[in-house]
Design a protein around this ligand. Structure first.
Ligand code: AHR
Length: 617
């Protein structure tokens, strides 16, 4: 292949191109990124979350002479009605929590315990025990009052345990009430309280995402009006937050809420991109009762819109504003600098949707012109198109729209011209969800290279596509509702996929200028031509030129690269290559040096992705 770059034709492209899509699917939040180790800490699980669950889920009483029940007569907070009551005649029994598939602890590490308790003159032995019953950490806490009080302590692990359990053993006869029983590793990402699991949060940060979309996906709009994700339920003291049924069949504690999402964005230098339901739940799903299709009643839309405006104030308002003050109280007086809000998530484009979306869009445009609203054009399936969604976007002149598609690798290979054809004067695009899907849904080199090849076309169209995020991001082994995902994990190990490394190579090698060029292949077969693709970008800060080359052919291809009048600053460049068999699941990037000049050549191995980063003058 001969690749001729034409630097004179350089054009600006989005500097926010590669980001991440975070949704609480596959136990991504509770039991995942959120570092809380106690499951059902607030006794709020219900059969509504999952028909086999109730408020005692993941708790049990061990030992005799005690009873354990869940009461709701005198809660810590009205939003957290349930709490445990232990009645002890002779001490010995313990209330046990099994965590999310066990509680992982590491020798020498410290763990922060906190709980609400009532019992005048009470004492409680708190222990972490491993599978064999060996104590790996312990402390005793005192409870002084018959009114709810917070109790805090630190436990230090004396041994490793992959699946310990938490035991709370009353040492005083009588009635002990407990709620919000929480255990966090002290080492969270950036040492934040109520923070994130450090290894997972770091793996995500290593993608170098320029933005984070949250909290979904379908979680954002929920299934039914009562299940719409309401950001106000997810901020403030943990005991005052409203837990919620997760559309994916489990429970959201909302401990990882809007404050924590904003904080994480800031911590990793990513732009926050919250997505709010467009006043309609998933596919305008039934509102129950008469079973009608529905959205938020029009009479309630004023308040619904006010809630969205309040979110802008929460993120950006100064500390004297009502909502800015709440952000400051949570420990962040400085604004979070919110610039984008997504309204809607691949909704069915009905009149019900359009009416509500229009109301929200117009109100935000008027009250917050500084915010770029990203609309939705519904889901895309083979053989359908986005016509109705785009009609609404065109009519309202929505600045950007969210497109979603999950397709076969062949689709991605054959549709590299998807955005070449887009009207440059229409709404910009946020490709909010995409992934290559094969039967059996693996994340392997074939899917990853199909995504890599498609991303060359996204960079080429970086004037239209402003943002793109692979979906979904996280999946906990044994709790996965959706495959493939980008990062699999269990309690102790993080397992990035082949697709993860493609995202990371794009994230680490982003540019803000696209350098067009031509590519000619000795083969004149169209099918072969589509399987080799190149994208050249320049990062104006470092002045580095980055050449990305994908070869999805079963044979190596020799690439002769002509950089035109670009002067290299160094003969040594950094070359990163991923290669292997299409079905391989464990391909990692290999970094080496390579010699470059204005004209140089390189061999692209069969089934490979090569990135060459060149310093220029
Ligand atoms: O990414 C998984 C799901 O796919 C999202 O929740 C939804 O938006 C889409 O259908």
């Amino acid at each position: 292949a001969t690749i001729t770059v034409q630097p004179a034709k350089a054009r600006p492209i989005s500097d926010l191109l590669l980001g991440i899509f975070f949704e609480d699917i596959n136990y991504a939040a509770d039991g995942g990124l959120y570092a809380e180790l106690v499951q059902n800490r607030d006794f709020e699980y219900t059969p509504d979350d999952n028909k086999n669950w109730n408020s005692t889920y993941s708790w049990k009483l061990k030992g005799g002479n005690s009873t354990f029940l869940v009461d709701s007569a005198n809660p810590v907070h009205i939003n957290n009605r349930h709490y445990a009551v232990l009645q002890t005649s002779t001490p010995g029994a313990a209330l046990i929590n099994s965590g999310f598939d066990g509680i992982p602890v590491k020798k020498g590490e410290k763990y922060d315990l906190s709980l609400f308790a009532k019992q005048a003159g009470g004492k409680v032995l708190v222990r972490l025990t491993d599978k064999e019953g060996k104590v790996v950490a312990q402390t005793t806490v005192n409870v002084s009052s018959n009114k709810w009080q917070t109790v805090k302590a630190t436990l230090t692990a004396t041994a490793d345990a992959a699946d310990a359990q938490l035991e709370l053993q009353p040492l005083t006869a009588g009635t002990l009430s407990l709620d919000m029983i929480s255990l966090f590793p002290q080492k969270t990402f950036k040492d934040r309280k109520n923070g994130l699991r450090a290894d997972l949060a770091q793996t995500i940060a290593d993608i170098h995402p320029r933005f984070i979309r949250f909290p979904g996906g379908c979680v954002a709009h929920g299934d039914g009006l009562a299940n719409i994700y309401r950001w106000k339920n997810t901020i403030g003291p943990l005991e005052a937050r409203k837990p919620q049924r997760n559309i994916w069949g489990y429970h959201q504690s909302t401990g990882l809420g809007y404050f924590e999402y904003f904080q994480y964005c800031e911590d990793i230098g990513a732009v926050p991109l919250p997505v709010i339901a467009a006043g309609v739940p998933c596919q305008n799903s039934s509102t129950g009762g008469a079973g009608q299709q529905g959205g938020v009643p029009v009479s309630e839309m004023e308040q619904y819109i006010q809630d969205i405006c309040d979110l802008v104030e929460y993120a950006n308002g100064d500390v004297n504003t009502t909502w800015g003050k709440k952000r400051a109280e949570a420990g962040h007086p400085k604004p979070f600098n919110l610039k984008y809000i997504g309204i809607g998530n691949e909704d069915l484009i009905t009149d019900i949707f359009e009416e509500r979306f229009t109301m929200i869009f117009q109100a935000l445009k008027q009250k917050h012109p500084e915010i770029t609203v990203i609309g939705t054009v519904g889901p895309f399936f083979e053989g359908t198109d986005y016509t109705e969604g785009w009609d609404v976007a065109r009519k309202l002149k929505v600045p950007m729209v969210d497109e979603h598609y999950y397709q076969s690798p062949g689709w991605f290979i054959n549709n590299q011209d998807f955005y070449d054809k887009y009207d440059r004067s229409a709404s910009k695009v946020y490709l909010g969800e995409y992934a290559a899907h094969l039967p059996g849904r693996p994340n392997n080199l074939e899917t990853a290279l199909a995504e890599a090849i498609y991303l060359t076309s996204i960079e080429r169209n970086g004037d239209v596509v402003h943002m793109a995020s692979y979906a979904p991001l996280l999946a906990k082994e044994g709790h996965t509702q959706w495959n493939p995902d980008l990062i699999y994990f269990n309690n102790t190990t993080v397992k990035p996929t082949v697709g993860y490394y493609v995202q990371q190579l794009y994230g680490k090698n982003a540019g803000d200028e696209y350098l067009p060029g031509s590519i000619s292949l000795s083969s004149n077969q169209d099918a072969a031509k589509k399987r080799v693709a190149v994208s050249v970008v320049r990062d104006s800060k470092s002045k580095d030129v980055i050449v990305k080359m994908v070869n999805l052919l079963p044979v190596a291809v020799n690439a002769a690269i002509d950089l035109g009048d670009i002067s290299t600053a160094d003969v040594e460049a950094v070359k990163t290559v991923m290669q292997g068999q299409p079905g391989a699941l464990d391909v990692k990037p290999v970094v080496s040096g390579c010699k470059v000049s204005g004209k140089f050549s390189d061999e692209l191995p069969a089934y490979s992705f090569t990135v060459i980063r060149i310093r220029t003058k």
